[in-house]
Ligand binder design. Structure first.
Ligand code: SPD
Length: 357
């Protein structure tokens, strides 16, 4: 064990993009790592603002008036942080919208982080992408036109492509860097962009939706980041109104909707807004994703007025769709039993969220 490791603040390897470990050469060590080596205190041993002592944590950082880095909890899950051991940092850059970080973890494979928050890991991304996609698409017969809002890593596109009935998929992602980074580091997800049915729009989804012809889509999937900063508008009433307008009668929305352990107030707000706007059915479903805060994430899933949609008993079961299980890669998480189970809700949630079914 090296001297640094004994002191408990060994820096992770920093790769140079060609697979070489930059730590191998003293000259190439970034100044933050040199500082860490010279420092006796753990807190100063930082190789990235969210990586301390070789561990990534979902804390955020900013500079105080004196230019010192100050760390704080993410305001939407105060009092807790998710930590992953970092093997090497593969990429870090600032896009026009956010900080983008990719690292190799020791237990969950490669990890994509945006503005200090884990978006996906290679090990557990299947649960999120498969559930957010197949919960809505297996609930309606023969979906043909689908819109993805966000989803720039391509994982949701990969899942939609399993449905042979789908003829056209629009995706509106605001940050081109997320798409490029995914193509480079997460080819199993970005493969979703290779499907000929996909039409990519790089831009603001709120603006995009205002130009969409009424009733264009059978299904809309909102795969956004958490509702802080610009993504806040994606959980507000005007956004849901434009979504409902873009859906055909009896069309469906599946929207990422945070954790039942941490965010009953957000879920409550989303459900009550959706009940006002979507005159079909409105439900909450959830799945396990170990690397998201509290280990779970939920979805608000709704239909517009029209042919009734029974989300709890999928009319379009994945097991009966030709080739769906095997397309590109085998389904890892979703099946019709998981679909039905996703709508079972704990008693505290039923009590706390007034309008939940
Ligand atoms: N708390 C993190 C929520 C992230 C939701 N979006 C993930 C994008 C994966 N396609």
């Amino acid at each position: 064990m090296g001297e640094d490791a004994e002191r408990g603040f060994e820096c992770p390897k920093i790769m140079d993009g060609k697979g070489n470990n930059e730590n191998a050469s003293e000259k190439a060590i970034p100044s933050c790592c040199l500082k860490a080596r010279a420092s006796a205190t753990e807190l100063e041993a930082k190789c990235h603002s969210t990586v301390l002592s070789g561990w990534f944590s979902e804390s955020q950082s900013s500079s105080d008036k004196a230019g010192r880095t100050v760390y704080f909890n993410n305001p939407i899950w105060p009092g807790e942080v998710q930590c992953l051991r970092v093997e090497s940092i593969l990429y870090q850059a600032k896009s026009d919208y956010q900080e983008v970080l990719v690292f190799e973890s020791s237990s969950y494979g490669k990890v994509l982080v945006l503005d200090g928050i884990i978006q996906l890991t290679e090990k557990d991304e299947c649960a999120y992408q498969e559930m957010i996609t197949h919960l809505p698409l297996c609930s309606i017969p023969s979906p043909k036109t689908v819109l993805v809002v966000g989803g720039g890593d391509g994982g949701v596109l990969r899942e939609i492509a399993r449905h042979n009935s789908v003829q056209h998929i629009d995706i509106c992602e605001i940050d081109r860097m997320v798409i490029e980074v995914s193509k480079k580091f997460f080819p199993e997800l970005a493969a979703g962009f290779d499907d000929a049915r996909v039409c990519l729009h790089v831009g603001d989804a709120v603006e995009f939706l205002t130009h969409v012809p009424e009733g264009k889509y059978d299904a809309i999937i909102v795969d956004s980041s958490d509702p802080v900063g610009p993504a806040q508008q994606l959980v507000e009433k005007p956004f849901f109104e434009t979504i409902a307008r873009a859906l055909r009668p009896g069309g469906v929305l599946c929207n990422m909707a945070e954790s039942m352990w941490l965010h009953t107030h957000i879920i409550d707000d989303m459900i009550s807004v959706c009940r006002e706007i979507f005159k079909g059915s409105v439900h909450y479903a959830w799945t396990s994703v170990p690397t998201y805060p509290s280990g779970v994430i939920g979805f608000v899933i709704c239909s517009t007025e029209g042919p009734p949609v029974d989300f709890l008993n999928p009319i379009n079961p994945i097991e009966k769709l030709d080739g769906a299980d095997q397309h590109k890669r085998k389904l890892r998480y979703y099946n019709s039993e998981m679909h039905k189970a996703a709508f079972a809700l704990p008693s505290f949630l039923k009590r706390e969220v007034r309008l939940i079914l």
